[in-house]
Design a protein around this ligand. Structure first.
Ligand code: B16
Ligand code: MG
Length: 218
């Protein structure tokens, strides 16, 4: 049996920060004179901040100079961080600590693989940082999901071969990235949307210890 490594996405898997991204993007869109809906926000899940702003400006048909673009990126993040500041353990998605605790007890390496540049402060705020042996996020990668870079780097930092890594993801691009990395992809959310995943669960309450044990011993 080879040692397995477990890689978690952040937004939509560990915490639901999409609602805060939404409020911050909506504020910017309204400031620029157009509406930004929750349906639009779906397009932003798992997508880098820069790419989100490009999509947002397309939605509003707004042309920006390089200087305006950079200013709006900063402004959006300042607003987003005001919400993050207030986060605590009550925002952790159901059964995530139970799964992390089980993996830790079994001495299995755990990494974060997220597009967010705010991943570390968020994990600190909700009190989960100590579970992670490696954090790979938007600050460490040059290529966005579905490129496998984020997960390959996480595997490297854990010292586990990619084919022995299991990735939990809520975004289509994230599942593709895990598959492209030759890892076992586990979709968290809508199985029809995440139909490229090897396994699907609505959320962590649906994952039992037997399933994890089978993965560990595969
Ligand atoms: P930041 P994930 C992603 O997190 C979010 O889903 C996405 O909406 C966001 O734009 C991206 O992080 C970048 O976040 O602005 O904090 O750098 O799902 O990859 O954990
Ligand atoms: Mg996500």
């Amino acid at each position: 049996m080879n040692t397995k490594g477990f890689i978690f996405d952040l937004d939509g898997v560990i915490v639901d920060t999409a609602k805060y991204h939404y409020l911050a993007w909506k504020k910017l869109a309204n400031h620029l004179g157009f509406e930004f809906t929750e349906t639009h926000n779906e397009l932003f899940k798992g997508v880098s901040r820069k790419r989100c702003l490009e999509i947002l400006l397309d939605i509003g048909s707004v042309n920006a100079t390089k200087e305006q673009f950079d200013t709006w990126m900063v402004e959006k993040n300042i607003d987003y961080l005001k919400y993050i500041e207030k986060m605590d353990a009550s925002e952790i998605l159901p059964d995530v600590p139970k799964i992390l605790e089980f993996l830790k007890k079994n001495k299995l390496p755990i990494a974060l693989g997220s597009a967010s540049k705010n991943a570390q402060p968020i994990l600190e705020k909700v009190g989960l940082l100590h579970y992670f042996d490696a954090i790979v996020d938007g600050n460490n990668v040059t290529k966005a999901k579905p490129d496998p870079e984020v997960f390959l780097l996480a595997a490297k930092q854990l010292g586990v071969k990619p084919e022995n890594c299991i990735v939990f993801e809520d975004a289509v691009a994230g599942i593709e990235a895990a598959n492209n990395a030759n890892m076992t992809s586990v979709g968290i959310g809508d199985a029809q949307i995440l139909n490229e995943a090897k396994f699907n669960f609505k959320n962590f309450t649906k994952i039992d210890i037997n399933f994890l044990t089978r993965l560990i011993h595969a």
